[in-house]
Design a protein around this ligand. Structure first.
Ligand code: IMP
Length: 200
């Protein structure tokens, strides 16, 4: 059984405004006061683990220890089958210090080359940690394939080259509200809420 969240305050262990807003909206119905890591001036730990869950947990534990409050973190990325799961946990790093995702998307396309297997998945790990060191982790996924050239201007990161399975619009073309209902992040959120936040 997962530990239930019964506290009043929660730190979002992220400095990314988009992620903080999405998480705060999700938690709104539960009457929890959400504080961001930036508000508390918490440092951003280096992501040294080799899995999404490992890196998410590293961030949630660092934040809960520093703030002495429960903390929730998110680590996500895109895994391409023909590239043995790359860029994976290095999805943000493939775009370099200038966050050049046009360059990162070209790197993905060039890496696949003429390979017939164009399958890819977006993955999102969420980690909820308490000051006593207890952790609950969840991983959400959405399957799809890489298209080229890029399609659409919505979203961020690799969205314009990711076509989710069963849809005819890339994440870049899709209405953001629709993406938020069926994304890897939505999948992980649903698992987290069911296990730790929902009233019986
Ligand atoms: P993180 O902030 O270290 O978790 O890095 C996540 C990276 O994965 C982002 O910078 C994006 O490159 C990529 N990513 C994660 N989720 C999405 C998504 O929904 N669309 C597009 N790219 C994403």
């Amino acid at each position: 059984m997962a530990r239930r969240f019964t506290e009043k305050k929660l730190v979002i262990a992220s400095h990314n405004k988009g992620k903080i807003k999405e998480i705060a909206e999700l938690l709104d119905p539960f009457g929890i006061e959400v504080i961001s890591a930036g508000d508390l001036n918490l440092p951003e730990p280096e992501e040294t683990e080799n899995s999404f869950i490992g890196n998410a947990q590293l961030k949630s534990l660092a934040a809960t220890k520093a703030a002495n409050l429960p903390a929730l973190s998110d680590d996500s990325g895109m895994a391409v089958s023909a590239l043995d799961g790359a860029p994976g946990i290095y999805s943000a790093r493939w775009a370099g210090p200038d966050k050049d995702f046009d360059m990162a998307m070209e790197k993905v396309q060039n890496g696949i080359g003429a390979h017939p297997d164009r399958r890819a998945a977006f993955i999102c790990a969420l980690s909820l940690a308490w000051p006593d060191g207890h952790v609950e982790n969840f991983e959400g996924r959405v399957e799809g394939e890489i298209v080229w050239p890029k399609r659409g201007r919505h979203g961020f990161g690799y969205d314009p080259i990711f076509l989710p399975k069963g849809y005819d619009q890339t994440f870049g073309e899709m209405d953001p509200a629709k993406k938020h209902e069926m994304s890897h992040r939505a999948d992980a959120f649903r698992q987290l809420v069911k296990a730790c936040f929902k009233q019986d």
